[in-house]
Design a protein around this ligand. Structure first.
Ligand code: PLP
Length: 395
């Protein structure tokens, strides 16, 4: 049956693609060896440095985020290398499994799937590694399965305090262009990003932002690679080209996305995400439901994962929302399946879209007979209105 109106795509990525980006991509595909393409290539390769806040190169792959995870590992680490990873949830677990599959030796610091990485635990482990066997520390900035953020500046401080030379690699797939991130200032060696979340693009592009230290490691790295090789990319990238056919139309969209983020101002983009996350948490608390992230300092500004009371199936609730209100909410992943649902509030998103999203959740709770208190939407609206009043007063 035809569904009226726009679908509410409130999973934590892929996110809603704004019309302006759709229009930017709706152009004839250009010759990827033409001078015009070189200009576009330089524009996006340099533009992405302003998003990662880095001075080193950014490599752009026509791949999902998983590809950029692999690129980060195979360009810097040697077979058998020991890497320290932190179990924040489903995505850190997948990255660890990948490390194992490609012949690294990941050590997984145990987490509770309810908070970000504990920088003290990382520091203690690194202090014990007096032989400096650990070659890299890998953390997920925003764990999309739980809605918990790891403070990357604290991880940097932990590595420095231990006096350890390991590389620092960070997955920002669901935080880039949504939550404050500073590659150079925080001394990150490789940042992994993806197109389909804060960058407001469809899936299909992913990124490695790379420090000098990581480039130096790449020079002596013996891991098997071909498609992912930074070295093969760097030559053509210098003039805006790629060693193979790039995803041309996605790059048109990327150039537009970078412009849009700077028109709004990155600090304003982060503040908007913070505000929508706070409004969402107020709704969840008013409903009497539990936010999965148990550490308020780690609350995510791009998504909120919500626990349903014992005996209530989060997937049945999501099904009721999808069928009745044409809205997709994120599901619980792996061990959280059926236990939580996730509200995505990132990307091209505004107050009224959040109001609609939370209304769909509140009506869905009622339809699925989940016990809850009414008034969550109202709590969010009151907060958003008070914030708008505050902003108007300041003008
Ligand atoms: N890392 C995080 C934090 C993610 O949220 C995702 C996907 O949602 C991935 C990695 C994997 O990215 P992709 O599905 O684009 O391969």
């Amino acid at each position: 049956m035809r569904k009226q109106g726009r679908h509410f795509l409130q999973i934590p990525g892929p996110t809603n693609v704004p019309d302006r980006i759709l229009r930017a991509m709706d152009l004839p595909t250009m010759d990827h060896r033409s001078p015009e393409f070189g200009e576009l290539g330089l524009r996006v390769l340099n533009g992405m440095k302003t998003i990662f806040k880095c001075s080193g190169p950014v490599f752009i792959y026509p791949a999902s985020g998983t590809g950029a995870w692999e690129a980060a590992l195979v360009n810097t680490l040697n077979p058998g290398d020991h890497v320290l990873m932190y179990e924040t949830g489903h995505f850190s677990t997948l990255w660890k499994s990948m490390a194992l599959k490609i012949g690294l030796q990941p050590e997984f610091l145990q987490g509770d799937w309810r908070s970000g990485a504990d920088a003290n635990a990382i520091e203690n482990r690194l202090r014990d590694d007096t032989a400096h066997d650990i070659k890299a520390v890998c953390v997920v900035h925003n764990e999309t399965s739980t809605g918990a953020v790891t403070p990357i500046d604290q991880v940097r401080e932990a590595i420095d305090a231990a006096g350890h030379p390991a590389l620092l690699m960070v997955d920002t797939i669901s935080s880039l262009a949504s939550i404050d991130y500073r590659q150079d200032e925080w001394g990150v060696d490789v940042t992994v990003g993806g197109s389909q979340k804060g960058l407001m693009l469809p899936p299909g592009l992913s990124f490695n932002a790379v420090s000098d230290k990581a480039l130096a490691a790449a020079k002596t790295c013996a891991s098997m690679k071909a498609f992912w090789s930074w070295e093969d990319m760097a030559g053509p990238n210098a003039t805006g080209f790629f060693p193979y056919t790039p995803a041309t139309n996605l790059l048109y969209g990327l150039a537009e996305a970078i412009d849009m983020l700077h028109e709004e101002g990155l600090e304003n983009v982060f503040a908007r995400h913070d505000r929508h996350a706070e409004a969402t948490r107020r709704a969840v608390q008013a409903w009497g439901l539990e936010i999965l992230c148990s550490e308020p300092n780690h609350y995510s500004s791009s998504l909120t994962a919500v626990r349903l009371p014992e005996g209530h199936d989060a997937d049945a609730f999501r099904k009721a929302v999808a069928e009745n209100f044409n809205m997709s909410l994120g599901n619980g992943l792996s061990k959280l399946a059926g236990r939580v649902f996730r509200i995505g509030h990132l990307g091209d998103f505004n107050d009224l879209m959040l109001a609609g999203t939370l209304s769909g959740v509140e009506m869905g709770l009622e339809l699925a007979a989940v016990p809850f208190e009414r008034g969550g939407v109202q709590a969010a609206l009151s907060y958003l209105a008070s914030e708008a009043r505050g902003n108007a007063g300041g003008q």
